[in-house]
Design a protein around this ligand. Structure first.
Ligand code: HEM
Length: 392
């Protein structure tokens, strides 16, 4: 056992598999004994207590995203995700106005609601479907491409770009080159964004360029970050909410009879299973946090899943309880300068999916044999949410 691990015996015993499959008891042990722990399996310091997680995510001077080891920047180029300080603020300023809650609602609610209803109508006659791939995933891809104004792009193309980007990040992380196929796919994406900019068909992209907050060569990578930030996460968020509701029939019945409860059900699901379960930072100096000194330039992983189940904040933290008074204290969308910019759009998408399911599939039930609970180390979602219903 290394010297570092001797000081953090719980962290030393953690495996990636624990964190992927059954993380709750592992996170509870860490939070109790070593809320800032060295976890060799992750090669990172790991923060699991909510107050310390919030402290780190709000302190971008000590905990930065600006580090060459972040492979996203190497693949996509510099963007909000990989900048801090003034440059980060400039990138965010370019987008912030476009994601305002009133604007998102006024411009996109009816489009997304219609699309959610169409997706549910397409399966309504079948009596059985897997809801992640038939509703959550297509709604996530189509909502963000509509939002960005890339309307002539096929969802399958977007997913292909996304897969190639993910491959490139994995390859770089393990020390390999970016695969040729990934380079080609990203070139294609960039050409499509440039062509859309040139023909002026996307109001969003045209405004973004006209505002001149971003330089012209920054618009395309920034667009890619927004697109890729939305896909996996929104799919997971909607799938997790459907899974939570269907696996708690009494809550489903309550939400069905009082639609004002949809919002609380979404927040409680976001708390219990954040679709993005961890965020990474690098220390800019030796940093003292939670009684531990983390050396300069070490990797720090903040567990949003751990913070969201902290019993100091949430009573009976593992229970799905939509009547909690402090539902909104989850940190799934992160606090501080890098807080999720797309949260209102994401909430709208999931709400529209839930409303469509409740409206169009009145006696829907989970097929629990065929369904699986949310899982994953970085991104958490169920592999399958299989549901059955009678004829509408
Ligand atoms: C419409 C959908 C979405 C869009 C367009 C979007 C976009 C973004 C962008 C551009 C950022 C970077 C902000 C910055 O660094 O300043 C971000 C951050 C983040 N988003 Fe989202 N997002 C979406 C949905 C979601 C969902 C559904 C989740 C989780 C349930 C999520 C979780 C996060 C997290 C955890 C961060 C912080 C990353 C970090 O600090 O390292 N996002 N999002």
């Amino acid at each position: 056992m290394s010297q570092r691990s001797e000081h953090f015996p719980v962290g030393a015993s953690v495996t990636v598999e624990d964190l992927e499959r059954q993380p709750y008891s592992t996170l509870a042990r860490l939070r109790e004994a070593e809320p800032v722990s060295w976890v060799p399996a992750l090669g990172a310091w790991f923060i699991t207590r909510r107050d310390l997680a919030v402290q780190a995510m709000r302190d971008a001077e000590s905990f930065t995203v600006d580090d060459p080891r972040f492979s996203t920047a190497a693949v996509i180029g510099e963007s909000m995700l990989s900048l801090d300080g003034e440059e980060h603020a400039r990138h965010r300023r370019a987008f912030a106005g476009h994601f305002r809650p009133a604007l998102v609602r006024d411009e996109y609610e009816s489009i997304i609601a219609d699309r959610a209803r169409e997706l549910v109508s397409a399966i309504a006659g079948d009596g059985i479907a897997e809801l992640r791939t038939s509703i959550a995933a297509p709604l996530a891809v189509e909502s963000i491409t509509t939002f960005l104004g890339l309307s002539d792009v096929e969802p399958s193309e977007v997913l292909d770009w996304y897969r190639h980007l993910a491959d490139a990040i994995v390859e770089l992380t393990v020390g390999n080159e970016i695969p040729t196929a990934s380079r080609r796919a990203l070139d294609e994406l960039y050409q499509r964004v440039s062509a859309t900019l040139a023909d002026g068909s996307s109001t969003f992209l045209t405004n973004l360029q006209d505002e001149q907050i971003l330089h012209s060569d920054e618009v395309t990578p920034a667009t890619a970050v927004v697109m890729f930030g939305a896909i996996e996460t929104s799919e997971g968020m909607t799938a997790n909410v459907l899974w939570h509701l269907l696996s708690h029939p009494e809550v489903l019945a309550a939400v069905r009879s009082d639609r004002s409860l949809v919002a609380a059900a979404i927040e409680e699901s976001l708390r219990l299973e954040p679709a993005a379960a961890v965020i990474d930072r690098y220390t800019t100096a030796d940093v003292e946090i939670g009684g531990v000194t983390i050396p300069e330039r070490d990797l720090v992983t903040i567990s949003l899943l751990g913070a969201n189940r902290d019993p100091a904040i949430f009573a009976s933290p593992d229970q799905f309880d939509i009547e909690r008074q402090n539902l909104l204290q989850h940190v799934t969308f992160v606090q501080g300068p890098h807080g999720c910019i797309g949260l209102h759009l994401a909430r709208l998408e999931t709400a529209m999916a839930v409303e469509a399911v409740l409206d169009q599939l009145p006696d829907i039930k989970l097929d629990s044999e065929a369904s699986t609970a949310p899982a994953g180390l970085i991104f958490r979602k169920p592999a399958a949410v299989v549901a059955t219903w009678g004829s509408p």
